[in-house]
Design a protein around this ligand. Structure first.
Ligand code: CA
Length: 232
């Protein structure tokens, strides 16, 4: 048992998933609170102020996106959305409304635990700190101080937009970034609807850093939602 258990609030109406997480999460050092409706979830979130929220998007009383909006009025803790495979549009609205990540049902324990760790690590990074100055995974190294990108220790030349796209994904490493978020952060708020920009530049970026751009090892596509830079 760790000294500082993180508290997780699960807002989910499916008894099977609740039963599953009720045994799994405490076994991995998390303290779990539960709510079965959106209303109850918002009340519990206010009462418990958990370190992280797991939120089902299909709740009996409220749309999950609405729950996120209510929680985001006062809280910044990470929210990981639990969604069904065919809910791309809802997932995107959830992420754009302030959810941090999503896991698609049915999910494995290891996948969920990895997402929880990433979200908590990201939330723990103090504001105003320069943070990690380099990102390394496999052959890829992105040095943010020197503004260098290396593959197997060989420097790769990126255009300014490609570099900004890659470093934006580095900043959210391990988490999904929606098309809209990428457009806002790389191209600016006036270009949030130009979805083809991201597609075109992601293809160029993959051609430069992936050994096989058709089967990327670093820059993963989250179908219909956005992209994720792998961390492990
Ligand atoms: Ca449900």
């Amino acid at each position: 048992m760790t000294t500082h258990e993180a508290t997780v609030l699960l807002i989910e109406d499916e008894p099977e998933i609740r039963r599953f997480l009720r045994t799994t999460l405490p076994a991995h050092g998390y303290r779990l609170h539960e709510a079965a409706t959106g209303r109850q979830g918002v009340t519990e979130a206010k009462a418990r102020n958990p370190d992280l929220i797991l939120l089902d998007l299909g709740l009996p009383d409220q749309n999950g996106v609405e729950v996120i909006r209510q929680i985001r009025e006062w809280a910044t803790m990470p929210i990981i959305v639990l969604s069904a495979r065919d809910q791309e549009q809802v997932k995107v609205s959830a992420l754009d409304s302030g959810a941090d990540d999503f896991v698609t049902k049915p999910f494995g324990v290891n996948e969920l635990l990895a997402r929880i760790r990433t979200a908590l690590r990201h939330a723990a990074r103090p504001a105003g700190e320069p943070g990690e100055s380099a990102f390394t995974l496999g052959d890829l190294r992105v040095d943010l101080n020197r503004r260098q990108v290396l593959i197997a220790e060989k420097e790769i030349h990126l255009t300014p937009i490609e570099y900004k796209l890659l470093t934006t994904l580095v900043r959210y490493a391990g988490k999904v970034v929606t098309h809209r978020q990428l457009l806002k952060e790389v191209w600016g708020p006036l270009h949030v609807d130009e979805h083809h920009y991201v597609r075109v530049y992601m293809r160029q970026l993959r051609n430069k850093i992936e050994a096989n751009p058709a089967q990327p090892r670093y820059l993963l596509t989250e179908l219909g939602v956005g992209y994720r830079l792998k961390t492990e």
